[in-house]
Write a protein that binds this ligand. Structure first.
Ligand code: ZN
Length: 249
């Protein structure tokens, strides 16, 4: 392994290590998930204190020691300060971050995931958009970018067209027609608009991915399906998602 490296990435997790150190988990453009220790970063006024906070995107220089990577220098590009001002926006953004981290592996580039994550974090504070929709859109698109994609074009079971009425089932893996929906206990009837929103999210260029408005019922149906789809894939409920359900849903 190289004795030193420079990475560009986002701090997705920070935990306290000992009295004064932090352990960071980064999502990096070229290296995927990277763990690094930031010595002294917990100390008031320390050189690395402000540049090693969660949600910091930037350039990081590190050396390899016996215990793993040790952070030498961090130069932030974007720290998403507005997200921290609002507990609800913070909760949705944290769900995005935890999902991204779960879907990232070590030593595997994740350029696309990071790109849609950074854009989504910018959109979370956009007053004209719903953070529930933005976070749901990110999670759906992030899952698709790792190959976990629900069927939204035709009924998964019969191949029939199913737009109105349309049903969604996590167990089936996506869209169902009315006939097939009877065979799946978790099938839920959805608005046609929810289906169109999912198709939009899965097909549009990431520059316009988050730029759509959805009615409250469509937002809700999108969130319900996407969160259950994520739970099935991970085989557990992310901690940040549980918090959202307890406090903001
Ligand atoms: Zn069918």
């Amino acid at each position: 392994m190289a004795a030193s490296m420079q990475v560009r990435g986002l701090i997705a997790r920070e935990t306290v290590q000992g009295e004064q150190d932090k352990r960071l988990t980064l999502i990096c453009v070229d290296q995927g998930r990277v763990y690094v220790s930031a010595k002294g970063a917990k100390k008031q006024g320390a050189r690395l204190a402000s540049s090693t906070q969660i949600f910091t995107y930037g350039d990081f220089w590190m050396n390899h020691a016996r215990s793993g990577w040790i952070l030498q220098e961090a130069v932030p590009i974007e720290q998403f300060y507005p997200i921290r001002q609002d507990p609800e926006q913070m909760a949705w953004a944290s769900w995005m971050l935890e999902t991204a981290l779960e879907l990232t592996v070590e030593e595997q580039e994740c350029n696309e995931m990071l790109r849609i994550l950074l854009r989504g974090l910018q959109m979370i504070t956009e007053p004209s958009l719903s953070p529930m929709t933005t976070a749901s859109a990110f999670v759906l698109r992030a899952l698709a970018s790792t190959g976990v994609r629900p069927e939204t074009e035709r009924c998964v079971a019969s191949g029939h067209r199913a737009e109105d009425p349309a049903f969604l089932s996590v167990e089936a893996g996506g869209l169902l027609c009315a006939d097939c929906a009877r065979r799946f206990a978790d099938a839920v009837r959805i608005q046609p608009g929810t289906l169109y929103a999912m198709r939009y999210i899965l097909s549009m260029d990431d520059t316009v991915l988050y730029k759509f408005q959805a009615e409250p019922q469509i937002r809700r149906e999108l969130f319900e399906f996407v969160s259950r789809f994520l739970i099935q894939y991970l085989q557990r409920e992310p901690r940040t998602l549980r918090y959202i359900r307890e406090c903001f849903c």
